[in-house]
Design a protein around this ligand. Sequence first.
Ligand code: QV4
Ligand code: CA
Length: 519
Amino acid sequence: MHEGEKSMKLIILVALFGLGFTQHDPNIKDGRTAIVHLFEWRWADIAAECERFLGPNGFGGVQISPPNEHIVINNPWRPWWQRYQPIGYNLCSRSGSEDELREMITRCNNVGVNIYVDAVINHMCGAGGGEGTHSSCGSWFSASKQDFPSVPYSNWDFNGNKCKTASGDIENYGDPYQVRDCRLVSLLDLALEKDYVRGKVADFMNKLIDMGVAGFRVDACKHMWPGDLDNVYRRLHNLNTKWFPNGSRPFIFQEVIDLGGEPISSKEYFSLGRVTEFKYGAKLGTVFRKWNGEKLHYTRNWGEGWGFMPDGNALVFVDNHDNQRGHGAGGASIITFWDSRLYKMAVGYMLAHPYGVARVMSSFRWDRHIVNGKDQNDWMGPPSNSDGSTKPVPINPDQTCGDGWVCEHRWRQIKNMVIFRNVVNGQPHSNWWDNQSNQVAFGRGDRGFIIFNNDDWDLDVTLNTGMPAGTYCDVISGQKEGNSCTGKQIQVGNDGRAHFRISNSDEDPFVAIHAQSKL
Ligand code: QV4
Ligand code: CA
């Protein structure tokens, strides 16, 4: 190939993907690196949390629950999943009003914390959703007539005629046409090939962009054609220049569950934005649980080496709002707050490791009741008052949350690992050590070092950390406060070596130090 042809090809490639690839950037400010999903939180609580906790502790952003009008369901009573059944694009939801949403976005942006909206654009409510005004803003709708006047959408805005299955639902995930054109668990499937529908969806997303959000988690992307999504994304405005540099594109991360074995793969969506890497939490769970003969030392080449998608495409997480309760995918290996000791280690591992954009889960507790592997109460919504309204998140004197809010992101170990990730940002994975079993350690250049003991015996070892000499405070057993340390202290010698001792019965059998935890 001539040089000229080469550069022509390059220009064409840039033209094709140039717009798309910028949507892979989370637009995070001030060297921050991680985002947190404040699942089902009220806007008023998120605003307060940005100011009092997320901003000061270096969180880069919040994934919020769907902000648009949704169905209200009585049976079961106000399930969390009612918010995945849109009635329209008015911005009143179980989390609050449009004014409260706007105020929250403003207050979070003002302290450097981005907001990412969970956008449900594949469908409206379920076919059996009835008729009336049982919706979060009180708009009238009819599921049986496929009539949603508040948008407005009518029956020809849905895929009824395109879908070829007898039930109208997706019956076989082996058939990409069904998966895109039929109804996911009976949810009325929007005809995103129509210019009108694309326009309504883009208007909804643009309103949020103009209000100041930094991007979107796009729900159920496997069920939408990549070409339709591309068209919608191209209609999106640049981010609001009050808070973001001129020309910033919205961050797009797409929910596609790809554990292998289906004809639709994550790859189809790579050029459009990032994609949720579901293999990550499923595998990490298997490793920390030591199932299927897995060992932590096998994670030396964690990331692409494990068959995960390319780093620049991945959005990673240990658990999400679906698979922490048996919805969606990942299976029984998924580790959640219910297994708190393992969970802190797994989240710590994720946050220490350079692969992907990391999302931390923040949950509410529910009355878990597992019968034959299925949680009978997997539907239960957030802590609520008797009228179904969501309870505020009270903060206890010890900084934990009350009233059933778990607030994993406030656990000292997790909060401190979010800071660790910021401190080591851009540094390479380095100084790997393992004992051929479940004791491993790695550094991030000369900025941080972490060591895990997930074996059933003690760890006692001297290792090269790659860190400058000094006394460091372990940010897992405690943290640096002023010039003292509330946890273990680690001495790094002039040769960069340090001695570590971790009992397998320690409350948290891992230790992490970084440049800012130096005493
Ligand atoms: C039921 C039956 C149907 C039947 C229908 C009859 O299952 O077969 O046809 O009744 O009316 C709820 C109920 C579900 C019900 C459905 C429609 O749980 O039983 O169908 O409503 O009334 C969440 C929940 C779903 C919930 C949905 C809508 O997980 O249980 O369905 O919200 O309220 C796949 C997808 C992936 C998806 C994952 C869960 O590829 O995209 O399943 N994940 C996202 C979200 C998830 C959300 C949706 C997609 C839908 O993360 O939270 O589903 O927006 O893997
Ligand atoms: Ca669809």
